[in-house]
Design a protein around this ligand. Structure first.
Ligand code: ATP
Ligand code: MG
Ligand code: FE
Length: 332
């Protein structure tokens, strides 16, 4: 089947076309308007989605060399995400399916981040563990099958991406700060400063204490030396990145040992982070894991992951009707 997929859960408007599980195009329109506000403004995000959705779909069809009449089904992100943003993608998908008289497929955005691993040839085998780290989520997911997933650990407060973005804000860097922390960290010493590792039982995470300790650390040092941030930005970013990566990887290791699993994957926007990618690779080599890290364009929000999830639902014949509405919160 040829599937058109739409993603609009946050601030990326994305459209993708896939044929029999092969991604033919993946158009991602980023919204830059939020930079001025230091975070995503939901109402603005929704309006920009409305402007971008039709051109994004047109470009996705063009790049895939597929005619709109040859689409067999439309997959879309139903949730979780910003309701106003989701509504644009859901409405477009419903209208397209109605106009072409083809089936609709709803996709859970967090499941799709995990299923991005089924794009291409290097695919994990069930059951595997996936550390999904994004702007809004931090989860260790036990993946038994395409749509049989169990969250075995998650954050009790902030997400890892939020910790990155809030740290960058403290350092006076623009939003979103994750990629900038990564950039500075490449020229810094990760052992320059020690930040605390929270002691949370089981496989759960907490990042709010880390955020506070970074805030106080910067405040105290800037009080002593107003140029502290400028002079040490690379070392600060490298040290913060290392701590966030070790918090994540220590829990992932515990979970892999507990469940006896050796196929271990990374997903979500923060899996673009160089330190985390290298850390997982090194840990995998040491422990004999097979590790899986998506290509960069499939880490942050994209419709290709919605397309691949949609393809596997299509094979199972899992379609939904026109009454479907988006969900801001959406469990697996
Ligand atoms: P969710 O998937 O939970 O709904 P989201 O879709 O907004 O949230 P993603 O787009 O998957 O999240 O990821 C965005 C997050 O990834 C941001 O917090 C951003 O700072 C972070 N990020 C992106 N690239 C990097 C990087 N290289 N290093 C660290 N963090 C990064
Ligand atoms: Mg985003
Ligand atoms: Fe996401």
């Amino acid at each position: 089947p040829v599937i058109l997929a739409i993603e609009s859960s946050c601030d990326e408007t994305s459209a993708s076309v896939c044929a029999d599980g092969n991604i033919l195009s993946n158009i991602i329109a980023n919204q830059t308007i939020h930079e001025a506000y230091g975070g995503v403004v939901p109402e603005l995000a929704s309006r920009v989605h409305q402007q971008n959705i039709v051109p994004a779909v047109q470009q996705a069809l063009l790049n895939a060399k597929v005619n709109k009449n040859d689409i067999d089904a439309v997959a879309f992100t139903r949730g979780p995400g910003l309701l106003g943003s989701l509504l644009v993608g859901v409405s477009f998908a419903k209208a397209f399916a109605l106009a072409k008289n083809i089936p609709l497929i709803e996709v859970n955005h967090m499941q799709a981040h995990v299923l991005a691993h089924f794009i291409g040839d290097h695919q994990p085998a069930f059951p595997f563990l996936c550390l999904t780290v994004s702007g809004g989520h931090t989860q260790i997911v036990l993946v038994n099958d395409y749509f049989d997933m169990e969250i075995v650990g998650q954050t009790l407060d902030d997400a890892a991406g939020e910790a990155m973005d809030k740290t960058s804000k403290i350092l006076g860097l623009p939003y979103p700060g994750g990629p900038l922390i990564d950039k500075h960290a490449r020229s810094g010493n990760p052992d320059a400063y020690k930040f605390p590792e929270p002691q949370i039982p089981g496989f759960d995470f907490s990042f709010s204490g880390l955020k506070t300790s970074i805030l106080y650390f910067i405040r105290d040092n800037v009080a002593a030396n107003p140029n502290f941030i400028e002079e040490n930005i690379n070392d600060i970013c490298a040290s913060v990145e290392k701590r966030i990566a070790t918090i994540l990887l220590n829990k992932l290791r515990k979970a892999a040992e507990q469940y006896g699993i050796t196929d271990v994957a990374l997903a979500g926007g923060v899996s673009a982070n160089t330190g985390l990618r290298q850390g997982l690779q090194q840990l995998g080599e040491k422990l004999g894991w097979r590790t899986f890290i998506p290509k960069m364009e499939y880490c942050t929000d994209n419709a290709a992951m919605i397309a691949i999830a949609g393809y596997h639902k299509y094979l199972k014949g899992e379609f939904i009707g026109q009454e479907i509405a988006p969900l801001a919160r959406m469990p697996f």
